[in-house]
Ligand binder design. Structure first.
Ligand SMILES: Nc1ncnc2c1ncn2[C@@H]1O[C@H](COP(=O)(O)OP(=O)(O)OP(=O)(O)O)[C@@H](O)[C@H]1O
Ligand SMILES: [Mg+2]
Length: 189
């Protein structure tokens, strides 16, 4: 994966989302070890607890504040080479957090800052979460064909979901999709 721009990570319960988010965050950290990093999400998180972060915020209120701070840092060039993770977006979408996250996504995309946005598939259909698809990059775990098309706009024909173990996903990048198996982190950066 290219360690810049907005990335969406979605999938049904038990599909391996928490692990995949950790894998992606660890990969970006490995590629860009010196950038600042912000985790915005929930306290019970593999990614939040398994890695070091320059800033962590848990829950809607704290996330709204942190998103505002990070958005401004990005705007003013203080977040170059940085990583932002937004986990469990569905749990963070009060009015305040939503506005600030929308601004953060826009700033990050313009500045090439990497933002990983995790949520349930149906959350990305409209509103602020849909903005996270603007870089046209995603990992869609265990999708059915309709869900994959909703996210990517691409039709892939029938998908036999029963043959998708946890971590099996479609990677959307460079205007196409490919079938992948997500790695699990072996080393904690
Ligand atoms: N990439 C992977 N490769 C192999 N097994 C995996 C992978 N990702 C997850 N698993 C297996 O699936 C289990 C569930 O993973 P994980 O907690 O990441 O899923 P989740 O989608 O976040 O689940 P939940 O909906 O309960 O939060 C893990 O304990 C692991 O055994
Ligand atoms: Mg999980």
């Amino acid at each position: 994966m290219r360690p810049s721009g907005l990335w969406v990570l979605c999938g049904p319960p038990g599909s391996g989302r928490s692990t995949c988010l950790w894998t992606m965050a660890a990969a970006v950290r490995t590629a860009r070890p010196h950038g600042p990093s912000a985790y915005l999400g929930v306290a019970h998180s593999l990614a939040a607890t398994s890695m070091t972060w320059s800033m962590r915020a848990f829950g809607e209120e704290a996330v709204a504040q942190a998103a505002a701070t990070v958005g401004t840092d990005i705007e003013q060039g203080r977040f170059t080479g940085g990583l932002v993770v937004v986990e469990a977006l569905d749990e963070l979408l009060g009015d305040d957090a939503e506005d600030e996250l929308g601004r953060l996504f826009k700033m990050a995309r313009e500045a090439g800052v990497c933002v990983l946005v995790d949520g349930a598939i149906d959350k990305f259909n409209y509103g602020v979460p849909r903005l996270a698809l603007a870089s046209r990059q995603a990992i869609v775990l265990q999708p059915d064909a309709d869900e994959l098309e909703q996210i990517t706009g691409l039709a892939v024909g029938r998908i036999d979901r029963a043959r998708f173990p946890p971590g099996r996903a479609f990677l959307w990048a460079d205007a196409g999709v490919s079938l992948i198996q997500v790695a699990t982190p072996t080393e904690i950066p």
